[in-house]
Ligand binder design. Structure first.
Ligand SMILES: [Zn+2]
Length: 375
C-alpha cells in the first residue's frame, strides 16, 4: 500500500498515511459515537458523543504511530535504515531497507512494537482506574477504557506467530537462533502466515453465513491481506537465497544495444524497437558514457505526434534516477535495491563503461536456471 499524503518526519523517519486510514477512522469514530458510547452512557447530546469519538480515534491513530515508530527506532539502532512508515487500514507498515543482521536484532525490532502497545494498554488501564477511583465516571472514563482495550487488541493480534505480523517475525527470529538457518526460519514464519490468513478467511465466511454481516467481511479482508503478504515474503526470501553468492555480472544481460543521444524517438522506433529483442536501452553521449535508460513503456506513454520532435534522452529516465550497479556486487543485496528501483531495472556500469542491464526477466531466468541446476 502506498502513501497517499505525508504527515512529516519524526526521529528522521518519513511518516505517511494511506487513504484507507480515513476510512478506518470514520468507521471507528462513527462506531463509537453512534454505537458504543450512546449504549454505555445514554442521554448525552450527539455532539458530545461525536467529540468523544474523535478524541478516541485521534489517540488511537497516535497509538498506532507509536507502535510503528518503536519498530523504526530499534531497527535504526540495529543498523537497518528505515525508509518510511505508512499508516493504513490494518495498522502500520515500517518499510525497512534491508534485514536485521542477527536473530537477536530481528527479535528486538519485531517485539518492541507489541511491547509499546502493551505498555499503552496498561497505561490507559491505570488512568481509567484512577479516574474511576476519583469518581470521574461516564464518557471520559469510557474513552480511556476503549483506548486500553484497543491497544490490548492491537498487541494481541500482532503477536499471533504468523508473518507478516510481528509475532511471525518473532517466530522467525527464535527459529533462526535455534537452527542458524534464516531462510528456513523465514519460510516457516511465512507458511504460518498463510495458514493463519486462510483460517481468518474461513472464519469470516463462517461468521457471514451465520449472519454476522460486516464483521465477517472484515475477517475475510484481513485474512486475504495476510495470506497475500505471507506469499510475497516466502517468494522473496526464496529468491534471495537462490541468489546468494551470485554476482550482478552473472545475472545481467551483457553488452546491451545503446542508443546515441540526439536520436529522435521516431528514429528509435524504426531502427531499434523491432530489430532488437530488448525492452530497455541505455542512452549514451558522444563519448559512449551513459546518460539515461529508455524503456519501451516510456515510448508507449509518449503521444504519437510527439515522436518526431522528442529526442530519446528527453523520453528516457535520466541517469541520476537510474539504479546503477557494479558487476561484482552481490546479487542478493542488489535485489533489495532493485525492488525499490523504477520498474525493477538497473544499469550495470564497470568503471565508466556500460557492462549490462538487469531487468526482472534476467532475474527470473537466473532463478529458473538455479532450479534446473538443483534438479
Ligand atoms: Zn508491529
Amino acid at each position: 500500500m502506498s502513501e497517499t499524503f505525508r504527515l512529516g518526519r519524526l526521529f528522521g523517519v518519513r511518516i505517511g498515511v494511506n487513504w484507507s486510514v480515513v476510512v478506518i477512522l470514520v468507521l471507528v469514530v462513527v462506531g463509537l459515537a453512534a454505537g458504543r458510547f450512546p449504549v454505555l452512557y445514554p442521554d448525552l447530546p450527539t455532539g458530545v458523543y461525536l467529540a468523544a469519538g474523535l478524541v478516541a480515534g485521534g489517540v488511537f491513530l497516535g497509538s498506532l504511530l507509536a507502535h510503528e515508530l518503536a519498530h523504526a527506532v530499534v531497527a535504526g539502532r540495529n543498523g537497518v535504515e528505515v525508509e518510511a512508515i505508512t499508516l493504513w487500514m490494518f495498522g502500520g507498515v515500517a518499510k525497512l531497507k534491508g534485514e536485521p543482521a542477527s536473530p537477536r536484532a530481528d527479535l528486538w525490532v519485531a517485539a518492541v512494537g507489541p511491547l509499546v502497545s502493551v505498555v499503552l494498554a496498561l497505561l490507559f488501564t491505570g488512568v481509567a482506574v484512577i479516574l474511576n477511583q476519583a469518581g470521574v465516571s461516564g464518557l471520559v472514563t469510557g474513552v480511556v477504557e476503549w483506548l486500553a482495550l484497543i491497544n490490548g487488541l492491537l498487541a494481541a493480534f500482532n503477536l499471533v506467530p504468523a508473518a507478516p505480523l510481528d509475532g511471525g517475525r518473532i517466530l522467525r527470529a527464535v527459529w533462526w537462533a535455534a537452527t542458524g538457518d534464516r531462510v528456513r526460519a523465514a519460510v516457516r514464519a511465512a507458511q504460518a502466515g498463510r495458514v493463519f490468513g486462510w483460517a481468518l478467511i474461513a472464519g469470516g465466511i463462517g461468521l457471514t453465513a451465520i449472519g454476522a454481516g460486516l464483521g465477517g467481511v472484515w475477517f475475510v479482508l484481513i485474512g486475504w491481506f495476510i495470506t497475500m503478504a505471507a506469499h510475497g515474503e516466502e517468494d522473496y526470501v526464496r529468491m534471495q537465497s537462490s541468489l546468494a553468492g551470485v554476482r550482478v555480472g552473472e545475472v545481467m544481460t551483457a553488452n546491451p544495444v545503446t542508443v546515441p543521444a540526439g536520436t529522435t524517438v521516431a528514429e528509435f522506433v524504426s531502427d531499434y524497437v523491432f530489430t532488437h529483442p530488448f525492452s530497455t536501452f541505455p542512452i549514451v553521449d558522444a563519448a559512449e558514457r551513459p546518460i539515461g535508460l529508455l524503456a519501451l513503456r516510456d515510448v508507449k506513454r509518449l503521444p504519437l505526434g510527439q515522436r518526431e520532435v522528442t529526442r530519446v534522452e528527453d523520453a528516457a529516465v535520466p541517469l541520476p534516477w537510474v539504479l546503477v550497479l557494479a558487476p561484482q556486487e552481490p546479487m542478493d543485496a542488489a535485489i533489495e535495491r532493485l525492488n525499490l528501483a523504477q520498474s525493477g531495472r538497473a544499469l550495470v556500469v564497470d568503471g565508466d563503461r556500460i557492462a549490462g542491464i538487469v531487468s526482472p526477466v534476467d532475474i527470473v531466468r537466473r532463478l529458473e536456471a538455479a532450479e534446473i541446476a538443483r534438479g
